[in-house]
Design a protein around this ligand. Structure first.
Ligand code: G4P
Length: 531
């Protein structure tokens, strides 16, 4: 089917969609920017709602006790709002590095990302990792350099650091006029106008915009700052890269905006860039073929499972990215992994602080599907065609614990709990020789969350003991004979993940290296794709 033959309604609906995530190192200002974007988008009326939602969740949800104690955001969610005739899906991501696996999966479901950089700190560790993940899919990145109302680093220095460390070309779109107490606003390089900054106030009227950098009014208003801006702009025009839409869409260049999230400043420009430049949903690789967003038949994949989002509904929600067609309530789909029909009785979307039932969803939208264990991360649903969307990674864990029960009569509950938490992606679960249950995590906090949830949700009191495992590798074999030989000789170090895939559990880095050298035909993989 050619593009012109797609149903016009689907073409229109997909073109007006933008699906993105905000990525940042903790404390750079992601929550604040999320809140301001929702305010500008009209999705919430009052500042403080997102933060309030964070604390309401803290107050009511017991398994998030860990989150409360540590003051971090563990779970991520989705919000949808309309802005300038576009439907925007904003996917929240946990910032703490221990939960980065979850974040990686969320990034497979977006078409663009907004990267928040703290202008005093520059590029931080978590930003580097997140950008590496975006790079896997060439996700276009918009950069927001935040906190210009503070004494921060020089803008040229920050851009240089982003380019050097993150290996992405920067194209400044706005440029700061002063900083800290002398932060006056930004100069918009493409529009040739100054947007004035008033601390703590939303920019409302055109009077706060001054056109033309040569305007003598600027010398009167900002005598201390404007000279520097003119010099900087001359330098930028001579030496820096002009914004290129193609390079942005290819993930090679990032347009950079300066601002102060907490003061509502620079936020509108980010929304505008999302609408004007960020891509609508694109064709996606479903293994068998590429699937275009406006194709008439519905398809998509699960990228995240979350339990107990709302303590009033003790359920698990599968977050599903629609890749083509249209979702309608009650629709019957094909569940490819289980090879059977799956009815989506009702799907949810998430406004800032409530769940809303959806009447329709199109490519780019994220729907929440109630789930009693049938859906796993990586599952594809279609209207019948055999498709398997790709690219949702599992990463080999680097921390292991063996689960042991205080009450041996609870073995069944422990197995059930770990199986479900494993499917959900809260932790990785492996079964080692002799049926021993091993937990693998990317970060220490995951163990604490799992221990808490086992106790609250499954009434299981388990102890996690140190396990003599350095890392895990997923195995692939060239043929059956090699597989059998390997299984026999390496039986003690073999295990299986929750989906039954064979895994090598290496005791040390050296042990892994020696085994790999001994078995050159066997594949040892540090990542695995779901599905
Ligand atoms: P995160 O989600 O990336 O972790 O960051 P968050 O938005 O929670 O912001 C981290 C801290 O930085 C918060 O301060 C927030 O108020 C502050 N912040 C965000 N944007 C700006 C900005 O543009 N300028 C300045 N000066 N600060 C900003 P906090 O003291 O940790 O929390 P709170 O008590 O203000 O809520």
């Amino acid at each position: 089917m050619t593009a012109t033959a797609y149903p016009p309604e689907l073409v229109k609906q997909t073109q007006r969609r933008r699906t993105f995530a905000i990525i940042s190192h903790p404390d750079a200002g992601k929550t604040t920017l999320t809140e301001k974007l929702l305010l500008f988008g009209g999705a919430i009326q009052l500042a403080g709602t997102v933060k309030a939602r964070k604390s309401a969740r803290h107050a009511t949800s017991d398994w998030m006790e860990v989150e409360k104690q540590r003051g971090i955001s563990v779970s991520s969610s989705v919000m949808q709002f309309d802005y300038q005739d576009h439907t925007i899906n904003l996917l929240d991501t946990p910032g703490h590095e221990d939960f980065s696996e979850d974040t990686y999966r969320v990034l497979t479901a977006v078409d663009a990302a907004v990267m928040v950089i703290d202008a005093a700190k520059g590029v931080e560790a978590q930003t580097i990792k997140l950008l590496d993940v975006c790079r896997l899919r060439n996700t276009p990145i918009i950069t927001f350099v935040n906190k210009l109302d503070r004494e921060v680093r020089e803008p040229f220095e920050l851009l240089q650091e982003i380019e050097d460390v993150l290996k992405i070309e920067c194209a400044p779109v706005t440029w700061p006029v002063g900083m800290g107490k002398a932060f006056r606003g930004v100069y918009h390089l493409l529009d040739n106008r100054i947007l004035r900054f008033t601390p703590g106030e939303e920019r409302k009227s055109a009077a706060e915009i001054i056109t033309d950098l040569d305007n003598p009014q600027l010398d009167i208003l900002f005598p201390g700052e404007i000279g520097q801006v003119r010099d900087d702009v001359e330098l930028i025009e001579g030496a820096s890269n002009p914004f290129s839409l193609d390079d942005f869409l290819g993930g090679r260049q990032s347009p950079v905006f300066f601002g102060s999230g907490i003061n509502n400043f620079g936020v509108q420009e980010i929304l505008q860039a999302l609408i004007d430049w960020a891509p609508p949903p694109q064709a996606r690789d479903a293994g068998e073929r590429m699937v275009a967003p406006a194709e008439p038949k519905f398809s998509g994949f699960v990228f995240k499972i979350q339990a107990n989002m709302d303590p009033k509904h003790r359920d698990r929600i599968a977050f599903f990215r629609v890749c083509s067609g249209k979702y309608e309530p009650g629709m019957k789909t094909r569940h490819l992994r289980l090879a059977r029909e799956f009815k989506i009785a009702s799907a949810l979307t998430f406004m800032a602080n409530e769940r809303v039932h959806m009447d329709a969803a199109y490519a780019g939208d994220i729907i929440g599907i109630h789930n009693h264990g049938q859906l796993q991360i990586g599952d594809t649903l279609t209207e019948g065609e055999a498709l398997h969307f790709k690219g949702i990674p599992y990463f080999a864990p680097e921390m292991f614990r063996a689960a042991r029960l205080r009450d041996p009569l609870k073995t069944k509950q422990l197995q059930k709990g770990l199986q479900e938490l494993g499917e959900e992606g809260a932790i990785q679960v492996f079964e080692a020789v002799g049926g021993q249950m091993l937990l693998g995590a990317v970060g220490q906090l995951q163990f604490e969350v799992v221990a808490q949830r086992l106790k609250d949700e499954y009434k299981v009191d388990a102890i996690f003991e140190a396990a003599d495992i350095h890392t895990a590798r997923w195995l692939t074999f060239p043929d059956e004979a090699t597989r059998r030989k390997f299984e026999k000789e390496q039986a003690l170090r073999l295990g299986a993940d929750v989906d039954g895939n064979p895994v090598y559990l290496a005791s040390t880095r050296y042990n892994l290296q020696v085994t790999m050298e001994k078995w050159p035909d066997v594949g040892f993989h540090a990542t695995r794709e779901h599905g």
